[in-house]
Ligand binder design. Structure first.
Ligand code: 5AD
Ligand code: SF4
Length: 470
């Protein structure tokens, strides 16, 4: 048993790690043939991709996918800690699973993901959630087969959570949700320690994957017919810093762009590490999609300082305009937090004016959520919840108006769209443009998913575009 400990999770020292190749214990292969699993995933793309690895590990044990958690022998919650509502959703699901287990005594329940890294959550599992069979930390994913097996064989709650990152595992299996779009991890963890954010404590310090491992994974995806790869990391712009003297995200993007893959995306980019070389590379290669996610969080330099973001309103805007001026037809999206402790009406209005200047193509807006153990959690917060809710509404009105304005400018234009499927409601095809806009469209001829087609835009909406493929 390994329990998480916040003191250790907070340490910032760089630790040596090895690159280890995963191999499943042979005696566990197919041991649970005939059993069914269900995974409920909360949170970001990193978790979605981890769930693809979890699914593959379970399938190596012999489990197959159930159509609902009600029909599963094993239910695993891949949790998120970023805001309180993600937390509450996972606890709500655990409540439902508790009832289910009263009827199905042999149901195995597991908790993994970011909440598993929180000492307070693990304490609750130990005291009040005894029906949870195992808890597995984000640094312990490779132990999943053994932990499941032990929890079943011994019938004792298993807790395996390292507070800090361990070795970097390569060769973990993966069952991808899509046959043409793939996530590829390039860097794990985060060293930025923004004062509101729990991620550095739940995901550890930055560790880049070796470029050879990434490039090999992409070659395999190309062989398998994949059309789009999204390079993933909490802060992809820090790629390579911990591993190489002279090889960064710009170099990696360039090496991938030279391959025969039609679409490359990457996320998330912290403005601090965005180099001119990266901007030039994105502008130069047509298969690197002109779509940048550049979280700003606030338009007030005073709040940005309190958030520990390492840039000011002015330096963010300078970078934003450089990106807009250098990359043709680029779309930029962002994340914004309102109601950070001490945010005044004037600070908030600076966020609004920054949005008016940047006219984002998409924005994810949040009310500050105090996370235990982060520095911001100790700041005095004199803004009431109703005031924060009102600011969020005002902000959403402004960001939405720019989504519509930007989409309107695309009416009559032809965009390249990767066909993802047919929407059941409208009986139209749907897919995403190069600039990451959702397009619903009709087509005179039958199309295949995974195809890239030209679509003429006929009507703009706030969150999508309608079109026609001739
Ligand atoms: N409260 C509200 N939003 C948060 N985010 C991260 N931590 C918090 C928090 N404590 C938001 C940031 C980040 C996005 C992934 O989630 O905007 O960019
Ligand atoms: Fe959190 Fe900041 Fe790291 Fe993003 S860069 S994961 S907001 S600490």
């Amino acid at each position: 048993m390994h329990l998480p400990n916040y003191k250790d999770a907070r340490t910032r020292d760089k630790r040596e790690y090895k690159r280890v190749f995963f191999q499943i214990d042979n005696k566990l292969k197919n041991k649970y043939k005939g059993k069914k699993y269900f995974i409920k995933t909360y949170g970001c793309q990193m978790n979605e991709h981890d769930s693809e690895t979890i699914a593959a590990l379970l399938e190596e044990l012999g489990f197959t996918l159930a159509d609902s958690y009600l029909n599963a022998d094993l239910v695993l919650l891949n949790t998120c800690s970023i805001r309180e509502n993600a937390h509450n959703k996972a606890f709500g699901m655990l409540g439902r699973l508790k009832h289910l287990k009263q009827e199905k005594k042999n149901l195995i329940i597991g908790v993994c993901g970011c909440m598993a890294q929180e000492a307070t959550v693990v304490d609750e599992m130990l005291k009040d959630y005894k029906f949870v069979n195992f808890v597995l930390g984000t640094h312990n994913l490779y132990q999943l087969p053994n932990v499941i097996d032990e929890s079943i064989e011994k019938n004792v709650q298993q807790i395996e959570v390292f507070s800090r990152e361990g070795d970097l595992y390569e060769g973990l299996p993966v069952v991808r949700v899509s046959p043409f779009k793939a996530y590829v991890n390039i860097i794990y963890g985060c060293n930025k320690f923004c004062t509101y954010c729990i991620v550095p404590y739940t995901r550890g310090r930055e560790r880049s994957r070796a470029k050879e491992d990434i490039l090999r994974e992409i070659d395999d995806l190309i062989t398998d017919g994949y059309k789009e790869v999204t390079l993933l990391g909490q802060n992809v712009n820090a790629y390579g810093k911990d591993l190489y003297d002279d090889y960064n995200l710009g170099d990696l993007l360039e090496d991938i762009a030279k391959k025969d893959i039609p679409r490359i995306r990457f996320m998330t980019s912290h403005p601090w590490d965005f180099t001119d070389k990266m901007i030039e590379v994105v502008a130069k290669y047509p298969n690197i999609m002109p779509s940048i996610h550049l979280p700003v969080q606030s338009g007030s330099s005073r709040i940005l300082k309190l958030m520990g973001r390492r840039y000011s309103r002015e330096s963010y805007l300078e970078l934003f305009h450089k990106i807009k001026d250098t990359i043709p037809h680029v779309s930029v999206s962002t994340d914004i937090i309102v109601g950070f402790p001490g945010e005044t009406e004037d600070d908030f209005l600076q966020t609004i004016s920054l949005v008016e200047e940047c006219q984002y193509d998409n924005a994810f807006t949040f009310i500050f959520s105090s996370r235990d153990g982060t520095p911001a959690c100790k700041l005095e917060d004199n803004v009431s919840l109703s005031e924060k809710e009102e600011r969020l509404q005002r902000l959403n009105q402004v960001v939405n108006s720019y989504f519509l304005k930007n989409n309107k400018a695309l009416e009559g234009k032809c965009l390249k769209v990767l066909v993802e499927g047919v929407s059941e409601k409208k009986n139209m095809y749907y897919g995403y443009s190069e600039s990451n806009k959702l397009i619903n469209f009709t087509s005179a001829k039958d199309l295949k998913v995974g195809e890239i087609v030209e679509v003429e835009i006929t009507a703009a909406k706030t969150w999508s575009l309608d079109g026609n493929c001739k």
